[in-house]
Design a protein around this ligand. Structure first.
Ligand SMILES: *Cc1c(COP(=O)(O)O)cnc(C)c1O
Length: 225
């Protein structure tokens, strides 16, 4: 669910994230018998438009952020150590729009089935909006793909757009991916703006967040004057 707060000035928003920590004093490894759940609500400044787009670093070869059987699907503090070593889209989901071999446009994001990737609210919102709005012209796919596939598509000029999506910095165009010493430059829209598809998804989601569009999964909480 997306919770909009109908802020008076658009662009800013509140980040609302339920959190749970074990609170039992204990030595040794065991499940806690008591836990505290609380909700972090924090004001977020606009972070979705870094000049020239977002530049990503893939994990170095000796570092892994998520693995099958691990907790990649959960927002666990322990997951983020490796991602702090470099500046990456480590707390957001990564989407690529490319041209497939058969010439069709495809918006692709990694799947949830092996629990490597977070079933994140922004990811889900992007997929739902893309399917509803863009599904006639673009194939929208959740499936495994690799950085090698991205490199290959880049060398064949098939990458059209890339963006990162997460609550913290919303939807942010990606202009470059640095992978093991090489740079992949992903196209941005005209004047270093968002690409066409990224823009459509972002502006639709923006309208839901700021209650310009009502969807059944958006709940508007009026702010007291
Ligand atoms: C927070 C986070 C996301 C984005 O989740 P949202 O619910 O969209 O904010 C995606 N991936 C990881 C690893 C995260 O930590």
């Amino acid at each position: 669910m997306l919770i909009a707060t109908k802020p008076r000035s658009s662009g800013n928003y509140l980040y609302i994230r339920p959190t749970m920590i074990g609170t039992q004093a204990q030595l040794g490894v065991q499940e806690p018998k008591t836990a505290q759940m609380y909700i972090i609500i924090t004001f977020m400044p606009v972070m979705d438009t870094p000049a020239g787009g977002m530049r990503l670093h893939t994990s170095p070869e000796d570092m892994v952020h998520a693995w099958v059987g691990g907790f990649g699907y959960a927002k666990l503090g322990a997951n983020y150590g490796p991602s702090l070593k470099c500046i990456e889209a480590g707390a957001s989901n990564f989407f690529v729009l490319w041209k497939r071999m058969d010439g069709r446009k495809e918006l692709i994001v990694a799947p949830l089935d092996d629990k490597l990737i977070m079933d994140a609210v922004t990811r889900r919102s992007c997929l739902e909006l893309a399917r509803e709005r863009l599904g006639d012209n673009i194939v929208i796919t959740e499936r495994k793909y690799s950085i090698d596939g991205v490199i290959e598509a880049d060398s064949e000029g098939r990458i059209l757009e890339a963006f990162a999506a997460g609550t913290a910095f919303f939807i942010c165009a990606v202009s470059q991916i640095h992978h093991h010493g090489k740079d992949i430059n992903t196209p941005m829209g005209p004047e270093n703006e968002l690409g066409e598809v990224t823009k459509k998804i972002k502006s639709r989601l923006f309208d839901v967040m700021y209650s310009k569009t009502q969807l059944e999964w958006g709940v508007v909480i009026p702010e007291k004057e």
